[in-house]
Design a protein around this ligand. Structure first.
Ligand code: NAP
Length: 240
């Protein structure tokens, strides 16, 4: 088995995910670029490889059982294990999404990607992660998933969100339960990238994707005595 650290980043073809892949690759890691679109995946892999990164494409739609199973088979064949999984793929759905006008279908679509997709990928990759000496999972959450921030009138979160924000709150709760199940066997944490200019918000964010990638990279590279079951941004712990 190779000594090189093996990572998989979902939704790595653009935005924050691409920069997480670039940041982990710059450490000399082998990085799987999880992406559902063949052309966008190939373009991202080519760009990363041109920058000297050991990147490989992983066809991956987090909402599709067969796709995620095939992704695990690809990584097993290539590396035999997975050291770090970054669940970055996510959707904002039909933002803005006030709860009073939300349809069940719209809510289901957001939860399918942002929550169920993460559980699907984690559980399918678990056998490979448990073969690692230092397994880490980092899930891309958001400050808007923090109930403490949402209920703080001073936090500046104006718009009410019925699907996107609750999907990240749900994801936070899921992570707490994985941490409870796995203890020190596997470290799992959620991160908040900040308000980042990407397709997700029509490039309205105020920080760059590279800045948004920092929190995920920090938790993905943490030492063995680092935290598990927490929520962090670039500055440190974020209240639930
Ligand atoms: P983005 O540029 O729109 O990137 C989203 C990524 O997720 C794309 O690669 C997209 O692939 C992928 N994706 C969506 N659905 C997928 C699916 N079913 N299967 C596989 N991949 C899928 O947005 P981003 O801002 O970088 O978002 C990355 C993560 O950060 C998300 O989880 C988001 O909720 C979170 N986040 C972002 C902000 C922000 O301010 N931007 C703030 C807080 C949290 P395609 O190119 O194929 O669509």
């Amino acid at each position: 088995m190779s000594e090189q650290t093996i990572a998989l980043v979902t939704g790595a073809n653009k935005g924050i995910g691409y920069e997480i892949a670039a940041g982990l690759g710059a450490l000399g890691w082998s990085v799987g670029v999880g992406a559902r679109d063949e052309q966008r995946r190939a373009d991202a892999v080519a760009k990363l490889r041109a920058a000297g990164i050991d990147a490989f494409g992983v066809p991956l739609d987090v909402t599709d059982d067969a796709s995620v199973t095939a992704a695990a088979a690809l990584i097993e064949e290539r590396a035999g294990r997975l050291d770090v999984l970054v669940n970055n793929a996510g959707t904002a759905g039909a933002w803005p999404d006030p709860p009073s006008t939300l349809t069940p279908a719209a809510l289901r679509a957001v939860v399918e990607t942002n929550v169920i997709g993460v559980v699907r990928v984690i559980n399918t990759m678990l056998p490979l992660l448990l073969r690692s000496g230092h397994p880490r999972i980092v899930n891309q959450s958001s400050h808007v998933g923090s109930l403490a921030r949402q209920t703080d009138p001073g936090a500046g979160f104006g718009a009410a969100s019925g699907a996107y924000s609750p999907s990240k709150t749900f994801l936070n709760a899921v992570t707490v339960q994985y941490a409870k199940e796995f203890g020190d066997t596997l470290k799992i944490n959620n991160v908040c990238p900040g308000y980042v200019a990407t397709d997700l918000n029509a490039f309205q964010g105020t920080s760059t994707p590279a800045e948004g990638a920092r929190a995920a990279i920090r938790l993905a590279t943490q030492a063995d005595d680092g935290p598990t079951g927490g929520l962090f941004d670039d500055a440190g712990p974020v209240p639930w």
